[in-house]
Design a binder for this molecule. Structure first.
Ligand SMILES: [Zn+2]
Ligand SMILES: [Zn+2]
Length: 340
């Protein structure tokens, strides 16, 4: 089968590989649509600790497809069913897994990162993932491209939970990328009073405005201080983290959602602001099956419409082109299709 294979020195190549074989408790999924994410771009260019230097990996952790084959011991699904697959699963037994926090399992695995994933014609869903409920049936009429990035939205959904957004809140989001725009939709869903988005790019802010957000062009326009109840930093920017503490008002809630590049070890923060403004500063990362199912439900019931985030749909064989579009900030979500 055709697959986009990552290997060192860091790079992704389209290769012909053996199709995966499944065991008794496993499921084989024929991929219809898989979305590219910032993580894929980082792995493609710099590698990943979960991929040893002497090995290779089929990337792709955001995907939907059709069940091609079921192991003899799998009872809950049927051949031909359209499904979304959550990529993270845990050991099932550790302190985090018993709380359902499988995304924090120290023995946890991720399809498309520590195991082969969805940038291929077929993907094997391991027994533990099947048993933990990582396979989520979709209505057969749903357009696969529109829900392929469920995992990314699950991470944003997760990130919104500790912010406890409500009708009185004024929200500021740093970063008009796919994640920032997901937070825009989520804050609407929570019925907040107003949403502002801040970015370095006027072009991106134009899009934020077209979606009803107020905007701040960083470097040109002042970021109001002591103004926002909720601040989301959906950008890999230490300056945005610093600004977030200033922008938050008394009792503000802040999520440092975006990770920083590994070379940035420390960021000076005016910690007295956390004390005197009684700020809550949290970070969130990844998502578990609860976040994934909640996110998919929101998309499937139309309570959140994210279809505008898919700016490009390409054949799987043109994945490098998709990565380049992301690198140049010319794309939001790129979906690749093995069947094109
Ligand atoms: Zn992702
Ligand atoms: Zn575990």
């Amino acid at each position: 089968m055709k697959a986009a294979v990552f290997s060192y020195p860091p790079g992704v190549e389209i290769k012909e590989v053996d199709p995966p074989k499944i065991g008794r408790g496993e499921v084989l999924v024929r991929v219809e649509a898989a979305a590219l994410c910032g993580t894929d771009l980082r792995i493609a260019r710099r590698g990943h600790g979960g991929i040893p230097e002497d090995s290779s990996r089929i990337l792709g952790h955001e995907f939907v497809g059709i069940i091609e084959e079921l192991g003899t011991e799998v009872a809950d699904y049927q051949k031909g069913m359209r499904v979304a697959v959550a990529p993270n699963f845990g050991c099932g037994k550790c302190w985090y897994c018993i709380q359902g926090l499988t995304h924090h399992c120290l023995e946890g695995k991720s399809l498309g990162i520590t195991m082969d994933g969805g940038f291929a014609e077929l993907v094997r869903i391991p027994e533990k993932a099947v048993a933990q409920g990582n396979i989520f049936p979709l209505p057969s009429e749903i357009e696969p491209n529109k829900v392929a990035f469920g995992e990314a939205f699950a991470c944003a959904f997760h990130g919104a939970l500790p912010l406890k957004m409500g009708v009185n809140d004024s929200v500021l989001i740093f970063g008009v990328g796919p994640i920032g725009l997901m937070f825009l939709e989520l804050s609407r869903l929570y019925g907040v009073r107003e949403v502002w988005m801040a970015d370095l790019s006027e072009k991106r802010l134009e899009m934020a405005r077209s979606l009803g957000s107020k905007t701040i062009l960083i470097g040109k326009e002042e970021i109001p201080e002591n103004r926002f109840d909720v601040v989301v930093v959906a950008a890999p920017s230490p300056q945005a983290q610093q600004s977030a503490l200033l922008a938050a008002r008394l009792l503000g809630r802040i999520n440092f959602f975006g990770g920083l590049p590994p070379q940035i070890k420390e960021v000076p923060l005016p910690s007295n602001l956390i004390h005197y403004k009684e700020l809550t500063v949290v970070g969130t990362t990844k998502s578990n099956n609860f976040h994934f199912r909640s996110a998919l439900e929101l998309m499937l019931t139309g309570r959140v419409d994210l279809s505008h985030l898919v700016t490009h749909v390409l054949p799987l064989s043109e994945i490098e082109q998709g990565l380049k579009l992301m690198e140049k900030h010319e794309a939001l979500k790129v979906v690749v299709r093995p069947d094109y």
